[in-house]
Design a protein. Structure first.
Length: 280
């Protein structure tokens, strides 16, 4: 069975999670995190979709997703898969070097998410995961520090891989604008937020923002905001909250709009979603 070996919370956010194990192959629906996720498929096959780009992954491949990057994974029916993954909050490693995540942030959404097994092995990334697993499975007073150093090594090596193997440039001004827009949305999507607010905050023309965001993420800003709100609603429903009590918390002005948007992106009502996943 798959299990969480180590999960550490700080300031109401998980600074990192390491998980490993085997499980039957479900379809993990479209979702995103506020963390960087590094997932290696140790055994099995799957289809991994990130922002509309589909990757066929097999044993040994590593998948990387950034905060707010939508993705879902599909496994063959009745299959058993073995995976491990590390999720880290940006603050977990950025305190070592404020620019350590620049190259990962420069990667355009839905591109270069798959690190093939041969490259994974070429750069000895397996040694890093072994170190994380060791210190997570046998926690001591030094565990969190050691995991942070391994996480930093992973980010540095992935930056090297993206630069050398995929020619990702970390000086893209467009990506800096996208990051600023996403950060502003993340901080304000629970309020009455629109593109005029974003334009005023970034000092950019709203037509330019709309074109840039769509070209970089494949989504319009309004769709992105709604998907982020629905993601929060899912988490609140899974935590046991009532649908009638959460729509305002998620940034919707009324329940009717919340219901319509939620059903559009999940193909079920909030009540149906809660009932279906009540065993999680």
């Amino acid at each position: 069975m798959e299990k969480t070996i180590r999960r550490v919370m700080y300031d109401k956010s998980y600074t990192y999670t390491y998980r490993t194990g085997m499980s039957e192959g479900p379809i993990l629906g479209n979702h995103m995190h506020i963390y960087y996720e590094f997932l290696q498929l140790i055994e099995g096959n799957a289809l991994y979709n990130v922002e509309g780009t589909e990757y066929k992954i097999s044993s040994g491949d590593l998948l990387i997703t950034n905060p707010n990057e939508f993705h879902f994974i599909t496994f063959p029916k009745n299959s058993v898969y073995h995976r491990q993954f590390l999720q880290i909050h940006s603050s977990f490693v950025s305190s070592m070097n404020p620019h350590i995540l620049d190259t990962l942030n420069a990667r355009k959404f839905g591109t270069n998410n798959r690190i093939p097994s041969e490259i994974f092995n070429k750069y000895n990334l397996g040694d890093i995961f072994k170190g994380v697993e060791h210190y997570s499975a046998n926690p001591t007073a030094d565990t969190d520090f050691m995991v942070s150093t391994y996480a930093a090594q992973l980010v540095v090596k992935l930056s090297e891989i993206l630069k050398k193997e995929f020619l990702v440039n970390d000086t893209s001004s467009k990506n800096k604008h996208i990051k600023e827009i996403q950060n502003y949305i993340e901080q304000n999507f629970t309020h009455n937020l629109n593109i005029d607010d974003i334009a005023e905050h970034t000092f950019l023309n709203k037509s330019y923002i709309s074109r840039l965001f769509k070209s970089e993420t494949g989504l319009t800003i309004s769709v992105y905001i709604n998907m982020r709100r629905v993601m929060m609603a899912k988490n609140l429903l899974l935590a046991g909250e009532n649908a009638m009590n959460i729509f305002y918390k998620c940034g919707f002005s009324d329940y009717t709009t919340f219901y319509r948007v939620f059903k559009k992106y999940t193909d079920m009502s909030p009540e149906q979603f809660k009932k279906k996943h009540s065993n999680i």
